[in-house]
Design a protein around this ligand. Structure first.
Ligand SMILES: Nc1nc2c(ncn2[C@@H]2O[C@H](COP(=O)(O)OP(=O)(O)OP(=O)(O)O)[C@@H](O)[C@H]2O)c(=O)[nH]1
Length: 599
């Protein structure tokens, strides 16, 4: 048996590749064409985009890789199209997906040319050592400029002879797939070494639990083998394995170079660490695959039910969601203003939006999500460094020596005519310009090092409107640096509104304090007493607004007569009261927070 395995290697006829592209350049459409061409396609459109949220937004969030058969030059090949998530929130997963490939198709839209994400994914793929095949898509489109984009590819990346394709009509797609076989190297690894597998994706299946996608780098595995995770040290028996061809295709074994699914009886996706190394227990540990990291949450927010009576339902919904989402971090939280809830950690803003939309849609619960914040760090006078996930939990000010904040390297593509305004705006957002690349006479790419907290606000929508929708953005997380931050608190008649505490750079404190107090004055419902709204920075009041006392009698209009209407109105008011919270002696309804946090 061993001799047979040595004399013939499956990996000669396997190609593991991915498509990298800027959002909307046609990655899913091209993948669809490949599925069609190889007879893999089911009767669904864009099957690689799975979540409803993804479909609605037209973006790919989760990697979903697929195995296809393809006959070329009288030889049968096994093609593994490794799909990469298209958003920076999942950049670690992208880097692991790339590690499972030897080649990448760099797909660029012929109507818009190289964009921010084209730029960043190209360098990521190059760094991963992949063979890159340039392809220009949408050549059927009336405004396509394929030659111009070809010039860009040559001048920016030194890539020549791109493939001209239309994923929509199928033109050129077969030639492109043939090229993948011709130039993408066979998978690395050694057949007759002990098994070593690379976990690069997983998902949760209602019936099977966690399904892992593994690349069999060395050796082979079969059903019943006992595997061990390098990083969690947990052992599992292989219950089922096989190829993922949009449906599970069961096999008895997976051979070297193949990519397939493995069901290991894991109960929660958090056990399936992306980038983990697996080996067979009886053969003992193998060398781990380098570059393993635990994915880190870069955005934190409080999550509360709008109606405090829905707390139990919210808890259940979050628990259920967590089974499927390995990256979400959840801790119990309590706020005087918003009651019982949770403090959640997300990979980024998109991840947070997906969470919110799914909970609200699938469980019909209205939530209040507090303003997102990044994980700052505080260096204590003792030298200890702590991560600040919730600014309300910081130690007293006198114990803190300095604050650190996470930075991001931002790549912005934009029309050259907007470059002056863009630089001014990025500097206002505390950005440091690092590089400027002139793409052609019309477009430019600029790179800035910028605090992450500045990007997770309205940064993207502002640069979009500044450039009539032309700018595109990509960023990666980088290091922490020391920063002059402080704590901003909001007070209602002297009582702290904990849901609104935030970390703010000193230079922005006055502006933010003023805006917050003014907004809150507009939004607060009528009060029976005079209310002072104050913003304090590091304990010192820096802005103040006052609401005059006002008495509201909802039934005043209904003189005498109509008892039913009167009852109805009082009933409505009673329900409204349930949603009212008291902060000191001030009535605040949850709608106020919702509006304030949204604005
Ligand atoms: N005219 C034309 N339109 C295309 C072509 N390929 C894709 N499109 C359209 O371009 C839009 C984006 O295509 P997708 O395949 O969803 O783009 P994507 O790159 O997968 O986007 P993400 O999932 O966000 O990464 C869709 O409206 C497609 O119908 C093409 O060859 N020609």
């Amino acid at each position: 048996m061993l001799f047979l395995r040595r004399s013939f290697s499956y990996r000669d006829y396997i190609r593991n590749f991915c498509i990298i592209a800027h959002i909307d350049h046609g990655k899913s459409t091209l993948a669809d064409r490949f599925l069609e061409l190889t007879g893999t396609k089911l009767n669904k459109s864009q099957v690689l985009d799975k979540l409803a949220v993804e479909r609605e937004r037209g973006i790919t969030v989760r990697a979903q890789s697929v195995t296809m058969d393809y006959a070329y030059n009288n030889q049968k090949y096994l093609l593994n199209l490794i799909d990469t998530p298209g958003h920076v929130d999942f950049s670690y997963e992208v880097s692991r997906s790339l590690k499972a490939c030897q080649g990448a198709i760099l797909l660029v839209d012929a109507t818009s040319g190289i964009q921010a994400q084209t730029y960043s994914t190209y360098f990521q793929a190059k760094e991963a050592g992949l063979h890159i095949i340039p392809a220009i898509n949408k050549i059927d489109h009336p405004t396509a400029m394929p030659e111009h984009v070809a010039d860009q590819l040559k001048s920016q990346f030194g890539l020549e002879n791109p493939y001209f394709v239309s994923a929509a009509t199928g033109k050129g797609v077969q030639l492109l797939l043939n090229r993948v076989i011709d130039v993408v190297p066979r998978p690395l690894g050694v057949d007759d070494k002990p098994f070593r597998g690379f976990l690069f994706d997983s998902w949760f299946d209602k019936h099977k639990g966690v399904v892992c996608l593994l690349e069999i780098v060395d050796g082979f595995i079969k059903k019943g083998d006992i595997l061990k995770s390098f990083h969690t040290k947990k052992e599992y028996e292989i219950e089922e394995l096989g190829f993922y061809r949009l449906e599970l295709e069961y096999r008895n074994s997976l051979e070297g170079g193949q990519v397939g699914f493995v069901v290991l009886g894991m109960k929660e996706t958090s056990e399936a660490l992306i980038g983990d190394t697996f080996y067979r227990v009886k053969e003992g540990p193998v060398e781990e695959f380098p570059g393993f990291k635990q994915s880190k949450c870069m955005v934190y927010a409080g999550v509360f039910p709008e109606d405090s009576e829905e707390y139990d339902e919210l808890s259940l919904a979050i628990k259920k969601y967590q089974l499927e989402d390995r990256s979400l971090i959840v801790q119990k939280d309590q706020s005087t203003a918003l009651g019982n809830g949770y403090r959640c950690g997300f990979l980024g803003l998109l991840h947070m939006d997906i969470f919110q939309e799914r909970i609200e849609r699938e469980h019909d619960i209205n939530m209040i999500v507090t303003s997102p914040s990044v994980p700052y760090k505080a260096v204590l006078k003792t030298g200890e460094e702590i991560t600040v996930e919730n600014p309300n939990e910081l130690p007293e000010k006198f114990k803190i020596k300095a604050y650190l904040e996470p930075m991001a390297r931002v790549t912005i593509f934009l029309p050259s005519e907007n470059i002056g305004d863009m630089i001014k705006y990025c500097m206002k957002k505390r950005g440091l310009q690092e590089e400027m690349i002139i793409l052609d006479e019309k477009s430019t790419i600029v790179k800035f090092l910028m605090p992450l907290s500045e990007i997770i606000t309205d940064f993207y929508s502002t640069i979009k409107s500044m450039t009539k929708g032309m700018a595109t953005l990509d960023y990666e997380h980088t290091e922490y640096i020391e920063s002059p931050l402080g704590i901003m608190t909001l007070l209602l008649n002297g009582e702290k509104v904990d849901a609104l505490t935030s970390m703010v750079p000193r230079e922005q404190a006055y502006d933010r304090g003023r805006v917050l107090t003014e907004k809150l004055k507009d939004l607060l419902p009528g009060q029976l007493f005079e209310v002072a709204i104050q913003a304090a920075f590091n304990g010192k009041v820096i802005a103040r607004e006052t609401i005059k006392a006002y008495r509201k009698d909802v039934t005043a209009k209904l003189y005498g007569g109509d008892q039913t209407r009167r009852d109805k109105l009082l009933d409505k008011q009673k329900k409204g009261k349930k949603r009212m919270k008291m902060i000191g002696n001030v009535r605040v309804d949850s709608g106020t927070f919702r509006k304030l946090l949204k604005s």
